[in-house]
Design a protein around this ligand. Sequence first.
Ligand code: UDX
Length: 447
Amino acid sequence: MRKITVIGTGYVGLVSGTCFAEIGNRVVCCDVDETKIAKLRQGEIPIYEPGLKELVERNAANERLYFTTDVGEAIQASDIIYIAVGTPMSETGEADMRYVMQAAKIIGENLNNYKIIVNKSTVPVGTGQLVRMVVQANKKYPWTRFDVVSNPEFLREGSAIADCMNMDRAVIGSDSEQALEIIAQLHEPFGTRIFKTDLESAEMIKYAANTFLATKISFINSIANICERVGANVMHVAEGMGLDSRIGGKFLQAGIGYGGSCFPKDTFALAHIADKAGYDFELLKSVIRTNQKQRYVVMSKLREALGGLTGKQIAVLGLAFKPETDDMRYAPSLTIIPELLKQGASVRAYDPIAVDAARVQLPPEVHYYDHVEQTVIGCDACVILTEWQDIVEMDLGTIRSFLNQPIIVDGRNCFSLEAMQEHGFEYHSIGRPTINRAERDRHSANF
Ligand code: UDX
């Protein structure tokens, strides 16, 4: 059993801290936000993440998981300190390192014996060395020793607990053999592959991995755009490509582009790191541009289907950046809904979880509904932005009868072309043939 302090009870800190407690360690999660800590002590979880509440409650009840605002005291009582504070994107696109540096300072001030300081926040290469300097400069007791480790997280929102308990690999970087060994041992109960490397390489692995996945998504979205023009079906193309084990089938789902807290931020940050290092990362810049443009593919499909958007009523199904989360960061809905309103449409919106988070970020003209069916009533078209289960499983017969015009623009390829054909929808998806367009055009041409 290790005594661990986790600084920062955001998404990464809370999930990682709870999972470390679950495998038998004593974990103290700290935050400067008193309200948040008070709520966590009552078992109230500030984010929506399936399974997290039960895990927090169980480990708190078993006296393995604690919450406090007294960071100093927690640091003094622990032998491993995880830094899991936010590194938001600054205006220039670089990661804002303010909170990491504050954490390093407070660790230095409370360093009372040998401790391992582990960075879990996504930070530019070189931050580990910077943390070392800040801790060193703020040490109260000059004789105390410490080591710095980078142990990046690869959790996906919505499946973070499963990802943490069954992680693909643990990446651990340090120039101290002792620290590498201790952090590797800490991960043993997860039964995962452990990859040990130096500090800088571990920091780079996180950016390289996320950027590679983002590249896969922009790549398949570009292929989808070509498929539409040449009459191919991107879902078949992705499946056929993915059967090559060198490529793999994951992250080849074409759609409206990636969002969320990591990919947009990390791709921008790595582009900056490259620029600063004197390398023009053209490929990555193109990945970012392709992703931004992909949002507008849905817009032009809608405009084309409806012959313009002025005065049209649109049902938007799904607001969160992906299912099983209430996270709205870089969600496609944040680009698409304001654009719909700007072009003269009115918007009725639905999301099973993210409405509260969406309301504060979207224009006040948007109307929200509790059910998919209710949302589409009297609408001229329905646009799908998040593939929530209840959206994928919606009753197509009912939806068709409630819509003013049976038009679906699907940014997530939720339905088979056969199902759309069968229910008589005009169906526009990403990288696949449009269903029933010709018939509608003929029909309207006759009147
Ligand atoms: C991601 C990484 O997967 C994780 O390892 C990292 O630590 C944090 O960032 P997350 O942002 O939670 O996790 O979600 P993920 O499931 O990876 O999806 C990211 C975005 O890509 C979503 O907007 C999703 O809709 C999109 N996506 C994903 C696609 O458009 N196509 C795909 O094939 C896969």
